[in-house]
Design a protein around this ligand. Sequence first.
Ligand code: URA
Length: 301
Amino acid sequence: MATLASEMNTAELAALLHFYAESGVAELCEDAAIDRFQQSAEILKARARPQSQSNSATSQPAQRPAPNQPAPDASPGRKPAAQPIAPAPQASQLTIPGEAAFQDARALAAGAGSIAELRSILESYTGCNLRHSAKTLVFADGNPEAEVMFIGEAPGREEDLQGTPFVGRAGQLLDRMLAAIGLSRETAYITNIIPWRPPGNRTPAAHEIELCRPFVERHIALAQPKIVVMLGNIASKSLLATDKGILSLRGTWMECKIGDTATPAMPTLHPAYLLRNPAQKRLVWADFLSLQERLEQLSTP
Ligand code: URA
């Protein structure tokens, strides 16, 4: 029978928390499950409504409290919310992004004339709710002049703490995969679709991906890589504008089209997925060998 935390003494609680921390638990979740599919469907429905109606709806998923509010069932022992990187908006300011918000994101991104400018625009951008719960902006790592740009999903806990993409366990695996084909952070550029950690590492919602997409697309346009590698489902689906899943997309050379530019693109499996499914590493190995071959072709006159 499970022992309730309220029945434990201090030493038992400390041992349990230590065990959680060692196991990589970074967030405490609610007891009740949250239906994110339903939330996304509601958000999309609200976006389809005229602006005046959608502005009155709250953007936070129904069961989640506003960033600086305790959860309705918060107990005194709960971990406090992460320090916001900008003043968190009041609940009344949190609205489901309407078309104006998406236009704003596109206009801001288009106005970036350099990678440094894009970074500073994102540093002050407040249109995406994720920035209020994240500790840092996780912009990019590696060499912006590299021939190949890797694009993941969103930062996790370690990335949020350090402000650098792919530095946790998945990132360490990515580094080993890069090294296996002679690449490193000196010869590759690395970023994510979403530059802020989603709370509890949840999958980013459809509207969050849509708000961040103009920025990552501008990032690609400014970096001008010769090859783009999408790591996982979210990166592949959003940059290839397809509904196909990563297991059917991976391993095939495609094109990442941004404006008039089409860059050869390889969708492959996300290193975090490989940590959970090590047998699939052989598929990514094949994709990486194909990438290595393309890179060699680029340097052959
Ligand atoms: N997973 C990602 O997709 N990106 C990171 O930066 C880390 C883990």
